[in-house]
Design a protein around this ligand. Structure first.
Ligand SMILES: Cc1cc2nc3c(=O)[nH]c(=O)nc-3n(C[C@H](O)[C@H](O)[C@H](O)COP(=O)(O)O)c2cc1C
Length: 331
């Protein structure tokens, strides 16, 4: 079992989450941790190529290191979207091979690509040739009646041949018929051992474990077996845990939570001036004080008031007064 000290250079990532890890959320997360690797929501290659790029993939330089997650299954289109993402300044481009929603399946990408490792390899090869930032893959351990042993091995082998060296593995299958995306994050059982084994079999690869990691003690235990951990729901719902990771996993000074909040308040003030509604930014803060006195009033005040027309930073100041009286006055 490795100790924390030799786990220092490992990866701690916050998962890509549609509707959640938007650019505002990522600024909050970065304010809490300098070292967490942040991911965008999945954006389809077609949207990147044809859509309003500033709105879809624009980001604040403060967010670095930040990865763009793409959805798609056409090598040429993914290559084009990768080029655009790299030109925007993303540090990594990730291909989604794990999302089980119907919309994604009708486009024949996401988790159903687990059944087509050769096509995934063609996609990542094209993406790699389009840009010099790392191209990574986020996948499941299999779908439907696939044998996870074989499906994960086949995907990793094909993509490794195509030059990919980093895999984020959500350690459960996706069942493409009959389960909603939410159920597909909860019902198929987790199989961490399979992901540990992928690392043992491929010591030269970077294997990042995802799925069901609820706290930093569990994250630390997994880091004894793999190169990195990716937290999704736990990081979003309790973002304060990000405030501990720089010190605990990277030997760097922690970013004090009050300083992080002050940074986010300043960011919000600027964005409000650009017309971003307050709630689009405060909604990512709702879990920030979970477990602390005043957390419920903080959440309630924001939920009830931040959506009101013309809501401004004073709503947040008032909410903060329930949990951080001194900070609220200074903000
Ligand atoms: C609201 C929500 C949206 C998600 N959107 C994406 C997505 O866009 N791309 C992706 O690869 N995974 C997506 N996921 C899955 C997460 O990245 C992650 O694999 C999953 O939640 C398991 O990790 P966790 O148990 O730490 O939450 C989403 C998860 C949630 C909760």
């Amino acid at each position: 079992m490795e100790t924390v000290s030799n786990a220092k250079q490992k990866i701690f990532a916050v998962a890509p989450m549609m509707e959640w890890t938007d650019r505002h959320c990522r600024v909050l997360h970065r304010a809490l941790s300098a070292r967490a690797l942040l991911y965008t929501e999945m954006v389809t290659a077609e949207a990147v190529i044809r859509g309003d790029r500033g709105r879809l993939i624009g980001f604040d330089p403060f967010e670095h290191p930040v990865a763009l997650q793409l959805g798609g299954a056409e090598p040429g289109r993914l290559a084009e979207a990768t080029r655009i993402g790299a030109d925007f300044g993303y540090d990594e481009i990730n291909l989604n091979v794990g999302c089980p929603s119907d919309r994604v399946q009708s486009g024949r990408f996401g988790a159903c690509l687990m059944k087509e490792p050769a096509l995934v390899a063609a996609c990542v090869a094209a993406m790699r040739s389009a840009a010099c930032v790392p191209v990574t893959v986020k996948c499941r351990i299999g779908v439907d009646d696939q044998s996870p042993d074989e499906a994960l091995r086949a995907l990793i082998a094909r993509c490794t041949d195509a030059g990919v060296s980093t895999f984020v593995v959500h350690a459960r299958k996706a069942l493409l018929r009959g389960l909603s995306p939410k159920e597909n994050r909860e019902i198929p059982p987790l199989n961490y051992e399979l992901v540990y084994r992928a690392k043992r079999e491929n010591p030269g690869l970077t294997i990042v474990l995802n799925g069901g990691i609820g706290d930093l003690d569990s994250a630390e235990r997994h880091l004894g077996h793999v190169d990195g951990v990716m937290l999704g729901r736990a990081a979003y719902q309790s973002p304060f845990i990000l405030g501990d990771i720089d010190a605990r996993f990277f030997g760097q000074p922690a970013r004090p939570i009050d300083g992080a909040i002050a940074h986010y308040v300043e960011y919000m003030s600027t964005k409000l001036g650009e017309g971003v509604p307050l709630n689009a930014m405060t909604r990512h803060m709702l879990g920030l004080f979970n477990g602390q006195p005043g957390a419920r009033q903080f959440r309630r005040h924001l939920s009830e008031n931040a959506t009101k027309r013309g809501a401004d930073i004073s709503v947040l100041r008032a909410a903060l007064s329930f949990v951080r009286p001194a900070l609220a006055l200074a903000a």
